[in-house]
Design a protein around this ligand. Sequence first.
Ligand code: UT7
Length: 330
Amino acid sequence: MTQKLTAAITAVSGFVPEDKLTNKDLEKMVDTNDEWIVTRTGVSERRILKGEAKGVSDMGAPAVLGLCSKRGIDPMEIDCLICCTVTPDMMFPATANIICHKIGAKNAWGYDLQAACSGFLYGVTTGAAFIESGRYKKVVIVGADKMSAIVDYSDRTTCILFGDAAGAILLEPNTEGLGIMDSILKSDGSGANYLHMKAGGSLRPASIETVTAKEHFIYQEGPAVFKFAVKGMADVAGELLERNNLTGDDIAFLAPHQANKRIIDATAQRMGLSPEKVMLNINRYGNTTSATIPLCLWEWQSKLKKGDNIVLAAFGGGFTWGATLVKWAY
Ligand code: UT7
């Protein structure tokens, strides 16, 4: 009997810029304070990609090179690269293509995938299907965002939340029953009212008016998004466990999107997980959108064991949300 082909995560890497933006720094920029930010969000500092002409590809490329060196492969071996981001270098061409060019992945095709904070989960699920089909052997999923490019640093309700980073994973075929086991992905376009960037798309192209009105920055109705997020992420993670006949005891780790510690706590509680099973680095990086989950896997990988059940879960703009069950493969 031929064993079912699954897509295993065979390497993880990441990149965080050196420059830090601390809560103390933000106290000098807007009317806020460290105590408010920490208790309401869990963030203490974030990384900012500084320097002239630096975009998401400048974080994605080193993350993917790190991945190749960890797995001992040449970038020429990559078949396909999906870059999940809401802050591409440019509207087009795709940042995926630019990353491939920068690292010499000349045999890869690829594209950008935009699902806001759930981008990485959408990317993993799509990439896994490419492997499961038997068509491709090495698919790279990059989650990367330079949120500082679209944050209004005079808006205290959003500038305290976001940071810049990139993470990447390699997916390869597996016949031992390890890898991406199941995913539940959801979306609801009515959520666009609460979390979006108003201008710069075809609906409202860039103009002097859009720039003056600060419409090229993140717009978020925080409390409304919070309400949807806390329910959405916890519900979908619970549904994933039920569908796979698992309880919190069967789960080694939760790798949650890092938008707000309170949302993460609610999800962990719903899954019946104790705090030590929850990957949490929001205090050091803030919300890096598509990069949060691969960044967690990168930082926690030394603790992960072959066969461990890991749940990835996210909620974000769109609205988009979902959860993925992974059996760790190395
Ligand atoms: O990753 C994508 C999905 N996004 C999310 O999941 C984010 C979801 N939302 C949130 O995480 C939270 O709603 C925020 C962290 C954005 C805000 O926290 P909150 O507990 O919902 O606060 P709030 O917006 O209800 O504001 C409470 C108070 C307000 O003052 P009044 O009206 O009570 O006097 C705000 O003006 O806190 C004030 N406030 C601040 N105070 C100090 C808002 N921002 C700040 C600030 N510093 N930075």
